[in-house]
Design a protein around this ligand. Sequence first.
Ligand SMILES: Cc1ncc(C[n+]2csc(CCOP(=O)(O)OP(=O)(O)O)c2C)c(N)n1
Ligand SMILES: CC(=O)[C@@H](O)[C@H](O)COP(=O)(O)O
Ligand SMILES: [Mg+2]
Length: 642
Amino acid sequence: MRHLDSIKSPADLKGLSEADLKILAIEIRQFLLESLSRTGGHLSSNLGIVELTIALHKIFDSPEDKIIFDVGHQGYVHKLLTGRMDQFPTLRQLDGMSGFLKRSESEHDAFEAGHSSTSLSAALGFAKARSLKGTKEHVIAVIGDGALTGGMAFEALNHIGHDREKVIIILNDNEMSISENVGGLSKYLDRIRTSNNYYKLKGETEFILSKVPGVGGAMARGLKRLKGSIKYFFVPGMLFEDLGITYIGPVDGHDLPALIHSLDRAKEANDGPILIHVLTRKGKGFMPAELDPDKYHGVGKFSLSKGVTELPAAKTLSQTFGDKLTALAGEDERIIALTAAMCDGTGLEGFRARYPKRFFDVGIAEQHAVTLSASLACAGMKPVFAVYSTFLQRAYDQVLHDVCIQNANVTLAIDRAGLVGQDGETHHGMFDLSFLQPLPNMTIYSPKDAPELEATLSHIMRREAGPVAIRYPRGVAVTLLPFEGAPDAPQLERCEGDDFALIAVGNVFANGLEAYERLSALGFRGRLINPRILKPLPVDALTEAIGDTTAIFTLEDNVLTGGFGERITLALDPQRCNVVNFAVPDHFVEHGTIQQLHERLGLSGKRVAQRIQQSLVTRNMKSHSASNSRAPETAANGVDYE
Ligand SMILES: Cc1ncc(C[n+]2csc(CCOP(=O)(O)OP(=O)(O)O)c2C)c(N)n1
Ligand SMILES: CC(=O)[C@@H](O)[C@H](O)COP(=O)(O)O
Ligand SMILES: [Mg+2]
């Protein structure tokens, strides 16, 4: 029997010898590879953190001790060691186990995340509560070198160093964010990594200090000064210690005895916050992932023998965006592309290669990226910040304060708008319309497919009229209908009659089209409108497109509150129109495929058709006799009433 099979909780680790733990690490890697090859998931970060997670659970006593994982994408080993092995076949699937930590899943998941750089603030909160309650548990934050580039992490370090509360920070340094890590901090860690001589000397000095009994007075001061000058000579700055946080390391993160020793040392120490600098290799143990950790950061199903085999090229909307922006940058040298550590995901690889001087990866620093964009715009450039909708939430005040108030010519290319699928509730981009629509000066576009995205981007880069957001979903670059008309005017895409008008925003226009065709097949004759521009709301053009229709339906993948539907409902004449909004309801949405989630929320083509049909039948029954109803048979035939 494998050791892994006998581990139902961290308590089962305690009796294992170091030799057994090393075998366990091999078993865990094997398990992760086999399981994730079938489900997909965040592979390389988890392969890299196997020994560290084992050591953490060996030394500390979860759930009393609080282990907080930053982002949480590297929490699979923790899930395995806390009794969730049999849930791995359902990882990130509808109603299955989350890809992140969830308090509802386990008492060992102390704090939830999905967005980066929150763990240090969270750890300090637990530590302060401990002091106030007078309890004794340990608080440990596990943060990656990428997550440490986020502003929140700096804010928390500043507070932790000052506060002196005992928090154990494990810096899991694999020299990678999703792509290569960037910035001065990354270079600083690199210097530490290569300053072995310093650590030898520092270690020896500490050893001398600890061994000389009753060392005191001038001698102690001399030795301390010596230690200090060695430190400054070999590692300028010594950032963490200068902030007031004791630094231990670097420690080989795949050497279990060394990890156990360092964690034990930190556990026993009494004095203030400690940072243990652990060096790991992303993708450890699976050669394709070690060689290309970026590609294996998040994977779909893959082959254990061949790794991720290239799929027949299905171009994504992100790539459509990136390619088009690169082409436009060839015509206008003021165009600048920015990303906050999501170069690949936002389709900017080509731009980076073609125009490296006009490409900025700022690290996980969305707030900084937005303000940087604002000042670039004020200096006459045309910055385009490509950002996932969910991560833009971080930079709301910067959008408001630095971009919109100054009417700066900044383009927010909002990728992963709408539901994103398996990352679930922390990652769905279902709020951007609600938080951007209220902002004065903001213009918002929502193209329905790849050609429209290209046309809209060209239009935006020419117009130079203040802040713009263009939102598009995670997915394949399809062409739904040929592009006609203008990118900034609503398009009446289908017009067969006045039974109903469906206004479907770009992200879910495909669902609207399917619903329209289903209703057409049932004999309903309506209109299908693609609004294209959501702010300023083109009320006159939409009113014209609606024509004499009085049954209006809106479809969007934003939450209902503050969404597009709500705004158009307020704008249309209530005496004449009856407007029904289909949108994401007022609750966080779980993980699953986008199609499954649309189905569950009543936003799929099929469900929208059913809901419209039901609504029309009810209206007809109210206003006419039952015999005048257009399709009573189908209404009674399997409609899922809501
Ligand atoms: C605010 C925010 N921006 C971007 C991301 C996307 N993201 C998830 S993991 C990750 C890289 C994190 O790097 P690191 O902390 O070093 O962990 P590693 O994957 O190397 O283990 C990024 C950029 C995020 N989760 N949150
Ligand atoms: C953990 C995290 O935030 C990212 O790794 C995210 O899962 C990437 O999402 P995409 O797969 O949509 O690029
Ligand atoms: Mg990293």
